[in-house]
Design a binder for this molecule. Structure first.
Ligand SMILES: [Zn+2]
Length: 565
């Protein structure tokens, strides 16, 4: 059973206090509050949400004809046209570029030229025996076609500098001009703060800030169990991507970092030989969240040759205008990524990664939520944007681009509700709201759960860093309160059945060609119930006069809220 950390519980009760204050403000507010709350309105709207419609939308989006909806492919373009067509049919307005339903996202596709690139590590003059795609992966450089680095290697623990947590792996290290080798993850901070500090781009920036010139990420048994090194190698059949800003600069690029590589477990073992520290000791320390730091007796020479191509891929943006004369100038955003992995390495003769749960399910969900809102009369008070984002699998690109360059004023966006991978594999009994503990959205989640007769469960797998692994995080980093509700893992009979089904799915089906419509257990009634829950969360956000707020003293609010003002 999951352990609820003290910090999470503390912030939950804080948000309850804030909710009580908001409720009080609502009573005292001079702003018009919607006419007598007709409590049946959301029930009527929710009754239009249908399991059949979710199944039908998923069946189209996950069809082989769409070839796995890879970012910047024809399959994804067709899927985007489908989403736009459905929104248009509901009477939603275009809210992308130039009065269209599409926001064109400039992206750069990147591949390492494996034949021309090299990675060599030497200890006391003799080379370690390492081979490409077995022992290491060299990441492409987002700007330089060819770049090299030759430097000593320092083990910098997790590579985390977190003043807010009084923690610094670089405290007694000199990494100037050196390459840092980093364990996966972060110390045992509260779940979403741990997730934030585990992010590769945060670690790369931290390394650059301390003067490092290269990063070598190290695999370990915990990461291997979540997503094996062999799958990273397999996924190299598809390019990597970055999004480009208005000046053509790629996101999260730190020119000072001249190489990024990823080492397998056997290669990691070789790296620690002769250092006085065993790899097993490091793996154990990483798991427990406690690592020492020390120079390794090795130097690394990494030469990276990158092939790149600049392309475009669409976000789909549709608007339902609100009914309140003032609040209609503010927007709730629903996001769900439409892209998946495209065509890749075949498994049992099937090379199409259909992405039925990941994320045709979330795409179908926001379509049903949109039509439920579109049926309401009067319409919800605030306006709503439905954004079907591209490039999530390639690094949350479409949502980052939208959050940086929204098609409405950034400060007018009050919240993001993101849906990714609806676990529609058993009846809906509970929900998990990733990231809700940071904002007053926690209150919205609890009201929606109560109305649906389901319970809210804490994040049962903080090591999976779910909070940073989908599109809600892009909004958080722009200071916008965001949450990813997800079906939980409880069974109504109290057994572990649902949990076991979900974990088996993670092992056998997640990011595999068999995440398609033929998989057993798809429970469309559960998906419809979850869509109703998702609708209700948004309904409360659109109706409540005060907009969602960051909790006082919240880590993410303190860091990012100013960006949304
Ligand atoms: Zn995915």
């Amino acid at each position: 059973m999951p352990i609820v950390s003290f910090a999470v519980r503390r912030s939950r009760s804080l948000s309850r206090l804030l909710a009580a204050i908001s409720a009080l403000l609502l009573i005292l507010s001079p702003l018009p509050i919607s006419a007598a709350p007709d409590d049946s309105a959301p029930d009527q709207a929710m009754s239009t949400i249908s399991a059949d419609a979710i199944r039908a939308d998923m069946r189209f989006l996950a069809d082989d004809a769409l070839e796995g909806r890879g970012t910047a492919t024809r399959g994804h373009e067709l899927a985007a046209k489908y989403m736009a067509t459905r929104f248009e049919g509901m009477g939603l307005q275009p809210a992308g570029d130039n009065n269209t339903y599409f926001q064109s996202v400039p992206v750069r596709s990147l591949r390492t030229d494996v034949a021309k690139s090299s990675f060599a590590v030497t200890r006391k003059g003799s080379p370690l025996s390492l081979s490409s795609h077995v022992d290491f992966i060299i990441e492409p450089d987002p700007v330089r076609p060819e770049v090299s680095v030759d430097a000593p290697v320092v083990f910098a623990g997790f590579g985390v500098t977190a003043p807010d947590q009084q923690y610094d792996d670089y405290k007694s290290l000199d990494v100037k001009g050196k390459i840092v080798a980093l364990a996966q993850g972060a110390p045992n901070f509260p779940s979403s703060i741990k997730a934030h500090y585990s992010a590769a781009e945060v670690k790369a920036k931290t390394a650059a800030d301390h003067g490092a010139v290269g990063v070598i990420a190290l695999d370990d048994p915990v990461s291997e169990a979540i997503y094996p090194f062999s799958k990273f190698v397999r996924d190299l059949t598809n390019p990597e991507f970055r999004w480009l800003d208005k000046d053509g600069h790629p996101n999260d690029y730190f020119a000072q970092i001249r190489a990024v590589a990823y080492l397998s477990i056997p290669a990691t073992r070789q790296l620690f030989e002769g250092s006085g520290h065993s790899a097993d000791g490091i793996f154990k320390g990483a798991k427990e969240g406690k690592l020492s730091t020390f120079p390794l007796p090795v130097t690394a020479n990494i030469h990276t040759v990158t092939e790149s191509k600049d392309l475009r891929s669409p976000n789909v943006v549709a608007k339902l205008e609100g009914s309140d004369p003032i609040l209609k100038g503010e927007y709730l955003v629903y996001t769900a990524h439409l892209d998946h992995l495209g065509i890749g390495e075949p498994l049992n003769g099937d090379a199409i990664y259909n992405g039925a749960l990941d994320n045709a399910s979330g795409s179908a969900t926001i379509l049903e939520v949109a039509q439920a809102f579109a049926h309401m009369n009067p319409r919800p008070r605030r306006s709503i944007l439905f954004v079907s984002v591209t490039g999530e699998e390639a690094g949350e690109l479409g949502s980052e681009y939208f959050a940086h360059f929204p098609t409405v004023a950034k400060h007018s966006i009050v919240a993001d509700i993101n849906i990714d991978e609806v676990f529609m594999l058993y009846p809906l009994t509970d929900v998990i709201a990733f990231g809700a503990e940071h904002t007053s959205l926690e209150n919205v989640i609890q009201r929606a759960a109560k109305r649906m007769g389901i319970v809210e469960s804490p994040d049962p797998m903080p090591e999976q860093t779910v909070f940073i692994r989908s599109d809600q995080y892009s909004f958080v980093k722009q200071g916008i309160p965001a949450v990813m509700p997800s079906p939980g893992f409880k069974s109504s009979d109290g057994s572990k059945k649902a949990w076991d089904i979900a974990m088996k799915w993670m092992d056998d089906t997640y990011h595999e060609p068999n995440d398609d419509m033929n998989q057993p257990n798809l429970d469309f009634a559960a998906a419809a119930n979850f869509a109703r829950f998702t609708f209700l969360c948004g309904y409360y956000v659109t109706q409540d006069t005060p907009r969602p707020t960051w909790n006082i003293g919240d880590f993410f609010g303190d860091q990012y809220a100013h960006l949304a003002r």
